[in-house]
Design a protein around this ligand. Structure first.
Ligand SMILES: Cc1ncc(COP(=O)(O)O)c(C=O)c1O
Length: 416
């Protein structure tokens, strides 16, 4: 293990956790990454040593210190996401919050009201647009699935003068691998549409996100980076940001309110300020910035190489097991951080296997994720109703995989 990775590994206290006396083997980082000590420390310090109100409301010295700290976090997130400026960063509670905001603020028009989704979008991306489509406000189209990836040729043909927005997951949370956001964005732009990239699974092990590849908007979730829960950000490039109509409105968003002829006229503030209504999660943002700084200190090139190596190692081990199938192609999976497998052997029950991993192993339990992974579009398109997903982060080792493989073999040996 690279020494920078080894040093980073020491900073996740939950790794040594025991539950009901059994040791945790954590292979569920795609769901959430265990939390970094520095992120928790910084959030705590921020609450106890500052504890005032950021967001340019009050103008005393404590509020100024808060705002300075908050803007520093915004700048850190902007450079992490590849944004042109901190003004393009809207703090959110994660990707779900970001997409709800984007979908409901987006300037759809009768002439351009179509949204195209990749077939592997998480429900966090699918459902906000599905809801608008059900209400008759937009038309939703889903790209067909080809070899468990979006069919790019079909996507090209779906684009047209009515396409307003296209959404692509940068790395699928069910089939793994990675999406070519640059190619998808080029095609969207040629049709005059905008592209949103969901970096939830990409940002934690690659660093950065869709903006670097030409996405007009992108989002990530802090908890998947070891940062506090309910933190994250939506990047929107300045030109598009100016066209969005604030969806959640309230305190801290308004430049002026006037009353003329019995009607109120509200002038909203510019850029991100119009989209962060109410008191923001400043301490969460401070924790998020600390997490990003720590991962950048380790180097995302090191994190990526380590995680890719773990995927490679797991694929080699799984190749020798007859009772299950690995979904996806090796070369693509190496670019991601997770592997989904489905059972082949008669009698293999995914929920039972999950119970087995949790309750039947001596002295330890293995946390993996089983089920549909909130990826209902992908399940419908592929026909796989459930998978067993193992996912990796910087703190995992080949021993974790070996423990899982051994448990899988034992479970298979119990089936007749
Ligand atoms: C690809 C993808 N997009 C979006 C989300 C939603 O993220 P959050 O629950 O942090 O809002 C997830 C969470 O698992 C995800 O994997």
């Amino acid at each position: 293990m690279n020494e920078k990775i080894a040093a980073l590994k020491k900073e996740f206290p939950a790794l040594g956790g025991r539950f009901e006396g059994r040791r945790l083997v954590y292979l569920d980082s795609a769901c959430t990454v265990l939390k970094l000590r520095c992120a928790a420390d910084e959030q705590r310090r921020h609450m106890l040593e500052l504890g005032g109100c950021g967001g340019k409301r009050s103008s005393h010295a404590l509020a100024a210190a808060m705002e300075e700290n908050f803007y520093a976090a915004r700048s850190r997130v902007a450079s992490f996401m590849g944004a042109g400026s901190p003004e393009e960063i809207i703090f959110t509670a994660g990707v779900t919050d970001a997409v709800n905001l984007l979908a409901n603020s987006f300037p759809f028009s009768p002439k351009r009201n179509e949204v195209i989704l990749s077939p592997v979008e998480h429900n966090a991306v699918f459902l906000p647009f599905e809801r608008l489509a059900s209400a008759g406000k937009i038309k939703l189209r889903v790209i067909p699935l080809k070899n468990l990836k979006p069919d790019l040729e079909a996507y090209r043909k779906m684009l047209g003068p009515k396409t307003a927005l296209v959404c692509f997951t940068h790395a699928s949370n069910i089939f793994g691998g990675r999406t070519d956001i640059a190619a998808a964005a080029d095609l969207a732009h040629a049709a005059g549409a905008y592209l949103f990239a969901d970096d939830a699974q990409y940002a934690p092990t690659h660093g950065g996100g869709g903006a670097i590849y030409g996405a007009d908007a992108s989002a990530f979730s802090g908890h998947k980076l070891g940062a506090p829960y309910a933190t994250g950000a939506l990047y929107v490039k300045r030109e598009l940001l100016g066209k969005l109509r604030p969806w959640r409105v309230g305190g801290g968003t308004v430049a002026d309110v006037t009353l003329a002829g019995g009607r109120y006229k509200v002038k909203y503030l510019g850029n991100y300020q119009a989209f962060e209504a109410g008191v923001q999660n400043c301490s969460g943002a401070a924790g998020l910035a600390a997490a990003i700084a720590r991962l950048e200190k380790c180097g995302f090139e090191n994190i990526r190489a380590h995680v890719s190596g773990l995927v490679d190692d797991a694929l080699k081990s799984l190749a020798g097991i007859k009772g299950v199938r690995v979904l996806g192609e090796r070369a693509d999976l190496l670019e991601g951080s997770l592997i989904s497998i489905v059972p082949l052997k008669k009698g293999f029950s995914v929920p039972d296997f999950n119970l087995y991993l949790n309750h039947q192993l001596k002295g330890r339990f293995i946390a993996v994720r089983t089920g549909r992974h909130c990826a209902d579009l992908a399940c419908l398109a592929s026909g796989y109703r459930e998978t067993i997903r193992i996912s990796f982060f910087a703190y995992n080792t080949p021993e974790d995989t070996a423990i899982f493989i051994s448990a899988l073999k034992q479970y298979l040996s119990l089936l007749r």
